[in-house]
Design a protein around this ligand. Structure first.
Ligand SMILES: O=C(O)c1cccc(O)c1O
Ligand SMILES: [Fe+2]
Length: 286
């Protein structure tokens, strides 16, 4: 079994790197860790980066997860290979671009580009952004799925994710105590559905609602509250249509051994208990 320890980074192709950088710093509230040539490294916590925008195709999107060490990485490569997922071992140049000691890349059954990494770089400097969005960290990703049951099985049976809750057939899955690190989202093609950062308080969610509205950033869902994780949230659209989510107050699963996933209906009240309706984002295109 592959054991994912944590979410490590997302890599997003940007059609206009300057625009992406401006959104990330002035709207989202990330800190530029480093700008090197055609890549922009952005920080949200004490790591060297958690988001990398690179000049390229916006459909080129990758999620990186941390695994324990190189021996676990090698075992993961063997497992994936056995299951018929072609595995690419990161070259030294590719490792340097990700600021990790080693990584492997593969595709999940939908075709999402996934990487497993060891020893992602930390920074001696604390995260300090020029826009105070109240970000406390990088928390989860929504991943497109063309077959929710098949992909839930892959993530739980191969990668040791555990289902915390389901909305219809859509699984919210954890890899540690946090309610979910991976949320599956039905879609027609692979890709990242949304990128979540946690913020400190309800005030931060609402402050951002007004700030982003003023910057003419499209708000696509919320402010609202998820009955599943209990989090208060706001979703908005960034460069090349990528959806970002702020949330605060995501539950932790207290007892790993006894937690049973709850089943929520596939209906709007399962996504927001305050009555907010999404603009085609959740469920996608509805
Ligand atoms: O936080 C959640 O519970 C949640 C539920 C549905 C969709 C999401 O993106 C979520 O973050
Ligand atoms: Fe989310």
């Amino acid at each position: 079994m592959i054991e994912l320890k944590d979410l490590s980074y997302v890599r997003l192709g940007a059609s206009n790197l300057e625009e992406a950088g401006s959104f990330a710093t002035k709207c989202l509230g990330l800190q530029v860790g480093e700008q090197s040539g055609k890549a922009l490294y952005l920080r949200s916590d004490d790591r060297a980066h958690t988001l990398c925008y690179f000049e390229g195709d916006p459909t080129d999107q990758t999620v990186g997860f941390e695994v324990e060490d190189e021996s676990k990485l090698n075992a993961a490569a063997a497992t994936l290979d056995q299951l018929g997922h072609p595995v690419h071992a990161g070259t030294p140049t590719e490792c340097a671009l990700r600021k990790v000691k080693a990584f492997i890349g593969f595709k999940d059954p939908t075709g999402n580009q996934i990487e497993l990494a060891v020893r992602p770089e930390r920074s001696g400097k604390r995260y300090f952004a020029s826009r105070d969005a109240g970000i406390t960290g990088f928390s989860h990703v929504g991943l497109s799925t063309t077959n929710p049951a098949r992909d839930e099985q892959f993530w739980t049976q191969v990668c040791n994710a555990r289902v915390s809750d389901r909305i219809g057939d859509i699984a919210l899955m954890r890899v540690n105590a946090i309610h979910h690190t991976i949320a599956l989202a039905p879609g027609r093609s692979p890709g990242i559905h949304h990128v979540n950062h946690q913020v400190e308080s309800n005030d931060d969610v609402l402050r951002s609602y007004y700030h982003l509205s003023g910057q003419r950033v499209p708000i696509v869902f919320g402010p609202g509250r998820h009955p599943t994780s209990g989090a208060r949230f706001l979703y908005f659209k960034g460069p090349d249509g990528m959806v970002f989510e702020y949330s605060v107050g995501v539950d932790e699963i207290e007892d790993e051994a006894t937690h049973r996933p709850r089943q929520f209906g596939f209906e709007p009240s399962s996504l927001c208990m305050w009555g907010s309706r999404s603009a085609g984002v959740l469920p996608p295109n509805s």
